[in-house]
Write a protein that binds this ligand. Structure first.
Ligand code: PLP
Length: 395
């Protein structure tokens, strides 16, 4: 039982983790778990990666915080690195994913205000997850996240995910749209991967109507999909705004909103800010993460491991009738069952493995990019066995 001093928003938590190293974490009884979730796509380099630990130790001994009233060299270095790797022009740093999306939403609103629109609209999709602040929970396409928090801010139009035609229809009905905000692969929504022509279709519509294409890569970036950013699976395609967070600090809270072209210059002095955003500690962690992804070839590794994991899951679950679909790109993998399957989380735990179930019936695997081949195979074997048992019990 968690302390009664905590608010009750996280429900009943039954596992206490006290230590992590590489691809494993240990509970308060000394029991070891293979982590196939990485703190929900955060610890992509595994736990306590020495490069990150050293960077934050050094920075803790040097300077933790000064505020954005001053130049912050690690912030500038991380921004330059992100810009050079992403094809974007400028970066704003936040402390979380939701705040990175807030910055994106404010950019779109700023553009709309400059265009003289009374209520500029942002197109968002069903099944989306964009965060828990008021604006981002409104953008989120899940009524459970919004329930009880009225009044919600205006300015969002919703369409089905993976449906370019629905947006074309909206375009003919509204003349105050300024942006599309979408995940290139829906994470919380169940590892939903759109058709290959979806993002290019959105890019074309945004060019045609002078809208911003804003991608939420909070879960998909930082190498997880087999590219640093998932949009890089489409050569030549660039968003106008892209947000990331989760894996960028490997556990140190940091988020970023990157923008390109006109969108990158919308924030003038005083238009936006954050006390902690881009502080020296978080940015040193971010730099260490990006350097390690390169030095250890982990992005290429994510691609290879993801293909292996998907292949083995497909083989081991080939005849499992309760499996609707197995899908993934890099180390974002979802196994959709034909019924709710939350109990699989507990069953995996009993086998010494951490996994997640999202959207009710999708087993979500987000293991570290540092898995060995043997660990990768172990994840597939264990999960496939649990799913087969589950299917038999349900039959
Ligand atoms: C996790 C997540 C967020 C929210 O990030 P927080 O750091 O929890 O605020 C937003 N968008 C996507 C796609 C996410 O996966």
């Amino acid at each position: 039982m968690a302390s009664p001093a905590l608010m009750h928003n996280y429900g009943n938590r039954t596992l206490t983790l006290v230590r992590g190293e590489g691809n494993y974490v240990w509970d308060d009884n000394g029991r070891r778990y293979l982590d196939a979730l990485s703190g929900i796509a955060v610890c992509g380099l595994g736990h306590c990666h020495p490069a990150v630990t050293q960077a934050i130790q050094e920075q803790a001994n040097t300077l933790l915080h000064v505020s954005n009233l001053y130049n912050i060299p690690p912030q500038e270095q991380l921004a330059e690195k992100l810009v050079s790797l992403s094809g974007m022009d400028n970066v704003f740093f936040s402390n979380s994913g939701a705040e990175a999306n807030e910055a994106a939403i404010k950019l779109a609103r700023k553009l709309g205000n400059e265009r003289g629109l009374a209520c500029p609209k942002i197109i968002v999709t069903d099944g989306a997850f964009h965060g828990r602040t008021l604006a981002t929970l409104t953008a989120t396409g899940n009524p459970k996240v919004q329930q009880g928090f009225a009044p919600l801010p205006e300015g969002f139009l919703r369409v089905p995910f993976n449906d370019v035609a629905a947006i074309e229809t909206l375009a003919s009905q509204h003349d105050d749209i300024v942006a599309i905000l979408v995940e290139p692969i829906q994470g919380e929504g169940g590892i939903r991967i759109p058709d290959g022509d979806y993002l290019p279709g959105l890019r074309r519509l945004c060019d045609q109507h002078n809208w911003l294409l804003m991608l939420d890569e909070i879960q998909t970036a930082n190498g997880r999909s087999g590219k640093l950013f998932a949009y890089q699976h489409h050569p030549g395609l660039l968003p106008d705004v892209v947000t990331t967070a989760k894996g960028l600090g490997n556990g140190v809270p940091i988020g970023a909103c990157l923008a390109r072209g006109d969108a990158a210059t919308l924030f003038t002095a005083g238009a936006h800010g954050s006390t902690f955003g881009g502080n020296p500690l978080a940015c040193r962690a971010g730099l260490a993460v990006l350097e390690t992804l390169e030095n250890e070839w982990l992005i290429e590794r994510a691609e290879k491991l993801g293909a292996q994991l998907l292949d083995q899951l497909n083989r081991e679950l080939a005849n499992c009738t309760r499996v609707n679909e197995i899908r993934g790109l890099g180390l974002l993998i979802g196994i959709e069952l034909d019924r709710p399957c939350a109990e699989l989380v507990e069953q995996a735990r009993a086998q010494g493995m951490l996994i997640n179930v999202t959207a009710g019936n999708v087993v979500r695997l987000l293991p570290p990019l540092t898995l060995t081949d043997a660990e990768c195979s172990q994840v597939a074997t264990t999960v496939a066995a649990l799913v087969r048992d589950f299917a038999q019990q349900a039959a």
